[in-house]
Design a protein around this ligand. Sequence first.
Ligand SMILES: O=P(O)(O)OC[C@H]1O[C@](O)(CO)[C@@H](O)[C@@H]1O
Length: 545
Amino acid sequence: MTKLTQFPAWQALSQLSGNLPHMRTLFADNPKRFERMSLKQCGLFLDYSKNRLTEEVQQQLLALAQEAGLKQKITAMFSGDIINTTEKRAVLHTALRAAADADIRVDGVNVVPEVQATLAKMEQFVADIHQGRWLGYTGKAITDVVSIGIGGSFLGPKIASEALRPYWNGAVKCHYVANVDATSIAEKLKKVNPETTLFLTSSKSFGTQETLTNTLSAKAWFLANGGTQQDVAKHFAAITSNVAKATDFGIDETNIFPMWDWVGGRYSLWSAIGLPIALLVGMDNFRELLAGAREMDQHFASAPFKENMPVIMGMLSLWYNNFFNAQSHVVLTYDHYLRGLPAYFQQLDMESNGKSAKMDGSAVDYSTGPVIWGGEGTNGQHAYHQLLHQGTALIPADFIMPLQSHNPLGEHHIQLASNCFGQTQALMQGRTFDEALAELKDSKLSDAEKVVIAKHKEMVGNKPSNTILMDKLTPKTLGALIALYEHRTLVQGTIWDINSFDQWGVELGKTLGNDVLARLAAEADCEALDASSNGLINTFRKGHI
Ligand SMILES: O=P(O)(O)OC[C@H]1O[C@](O)(CO)[C@@H](O)[C@@H]1O
């Protein structure tokens, strides 16, 4: 297997990265740059012209994708091949949103019928709740759903629900519990009535400590506030691939929605894990979310790389990560409903590509997944944009903004858009010393002071950004947007020759945490642990510092 850094395209890119014109020059040299480096697909518009990108660089990036076998990996994923090799699993979150008549096989069996049957079960469940047919133990309809889950079993539903707030039909309220910190569930239980509350335990493994502890506490609260053991079936349901553990736990089997091992947690909101979304926005809108993702799947699987949105975005981010030592990538959502999306993309990408072993187990000798972070615009402009503009780190940025607001009000949206576009312009063009000095010409500063201040105001610019627009934030455009980032993650993981679909790195912390828990529970001494862990545990035992 040729090493990534030995590919001809990698070598060419290494050469090119050292002598590129400033983006100001690239724009000046080609008035058609915006038209040439923008793309409209699946209800999304991508402007990638504000990048350190020439025609030759783009050709070499796409050549690198070819040389690294990206086309083969895409085909393998959609075909249900075992590409999650360390867990011997297929990777088929795409099957969750495939057309009802698709034929996608795992171990020779078409999985689409079961996916469709689960969607039908979800539809019935949502209808029963919305139309008041599902009654609690005192005969009242359900008013509140408490969704208990963590990681991919929490963040996807929560962020997508938040993003689709304009589509909530008001039938039920939804509360999310994830952290094992009792405050999380205690604060939610203060808001709900045991007679009209349904608990949804979302856990692919049904073995995650936080989720099990929270579900046990929810059950104890229910039994202590009027419910009885035989009423549990009316107030507890589960989404899991481990039906046996869920039924052992006391969840009625008819209230269990299946998950499959070929769906990774951070890729699972399209499955019954997305029930909270469907309960809030209705099943028709949930199917629209699936439809948007399906369109992006079809685009990703069929479009030539030079017109392929996930490929272009994945390769551009890799360009900065591996050839400009950019250690992080920022996602800036210029829409309040999308304020949680950066955290979702953070989990999606960092739990997928935060790896340092190649597929064959050998160590990588190049950077892999960057830190993904971000937040909502314009708030970030008053927080971390200073560093983006004048810091020493190169941090490529994605700006995401709907053209139409769900809440048109006076000048708000035109100001939001102006800020979004102004920021990408400032990052790209910067401000030269001469420009800064000229701005000071009428100031009362001395000439010497003007020079110093101008140096402080100087900004090199040439800071790359992508801008993603959509007409409006709808279930369909949200589905396409999330699928875009899922596939962007696959693109990068493939080039880096890592497994984007396991997460061995989270196991050790859990194991050591359980060891500490056992020592604390047994009042066992911890002298055998490192002095810090031993000291911290003893301090916890004392209960004061
Ligand atoms: O759905 P489960 O099995 O409770 O796992 C919850 C989360 O924990 C992880 O396994 C590790 O963070 C995630 O991949 C997963 O989404």
